[in-house]
Design a protein around this ligand. Structure first.
Ligand SMILES: Nc1ncnc2c1ncn2[C@@H]1O[C@H](COP(=O)(O)OP(=O)(O)OP(=O)(O)O)[C@@H](O)[C@H]1O
Length: 227
């Protein structure tokens, strides 16, 4: 397995203007996430976790500093270019899994593979492999509403990593799960990092996530404190 940094954030700042108030949501963050490791961002509500994850996922751009993900510098890139980088390298999972309700588990995972140019049969084969990797091969033909919250999040992770994306960005992925399902989901993310070489950064309030992570940072007022 290769080593090195999958994510390198240097001196990143993101401010928001709210009336006359300037909010420093991310205030000079340096963060390095190695290939094959899980990093947990812990911290109170409003401390800046989502804003930082959005910078790493290329959903937003830093006002200052650099954000390099999978060897690409996201600063100064257009939205279209960042969408292309996400399609190939960065999978994103949210608290609400954003699955397409009318599609089966397999079809949800097929979608990004088709967008990357795979044929339908290649995409179906790979999607089945991805579902097996997250432990729900037998649920391939179920609709999201026919699955538990934990199973739906597993489909979300399979979709996020489909096509060999090497970086996983997860924002409160267990926010809607009970503790048994949360523990199992964090365990899955850790094993994808350690066994497959994914680099994951996970924002959570859940101590179970902190327990599974290789590296834990606490975010306070837009800054990172080592834990
Ligand atoms: N688009 C925006 N416009 C103005 N302020 C924003 C915007 N996005 C975030 N903020 C502010 O930036 C700060 C950090 O918010 P952020 O959502 O990153 O925190 P968080 O740690 O993810 O919180 P939570 O755990 O509740 O999701 C907060 O003060 C928030 O109100």
């Amino acid at each position: 397995m290769s080593s090195g940094a999958a994510i390198e954030v240097g001196g990143a700042r993101r401010t928001f203007q709210s009336g006359i108030e300037t909010i420093r949501a991310v205030d000079g963050v340096d963060l390095r996430v190695e290939v094959g490791t899980m990093t947990c961002l812990y911290g109170a509500s409003g401390s800046g976790k989502t804003t930082l994850l959005n910078l790493i996922a290329g959903l937003d751009i830093a006002d200052q500093g650099t954000v390099r993900v999978a060897g690409r510098d996201l600063s100064g890139t257009s939205e279209a270019e960042r969408a292309r980088i996400r399609l190939h390298h960065i999978g994103v999972v949210f608290q609400e899994n954003n699955l397409v309700h009318e599609f089966t588990a397999l079809e949800n995972v097929v979608v990004p593979l088709l967008a990357r140019g795979a044929s339908l049969s290649e995409a179906r084969d790979e999607a089945a492999d991805q579902l097996a990797r997250v432990g729900i091969a037998e649920l391939a033909d179920r609709l999201p509403r026919e699955m538990s919250g934990g199973q739906r999040q597993r489909v979300g992770i399979a979709r996020a990593l489909a096509g060999g994306r090497e970086v996983l960005v997860a924002d409160e992925p267990t926010g809607a799960l009970d503790s048994a399902n949360s523990g199992a989901l964090f365990e899955l993310v850790a094993s994808l990092c350690h066994d497959v070489g994914v680099a994951a950064v996970v924002a959570t309030h859940d101590p179970l996530g902190r327990d599974r992570a290789d590296v834990v940072w606490t975010m306070v007022d837009g800054q990172l404190d080592p834990t």
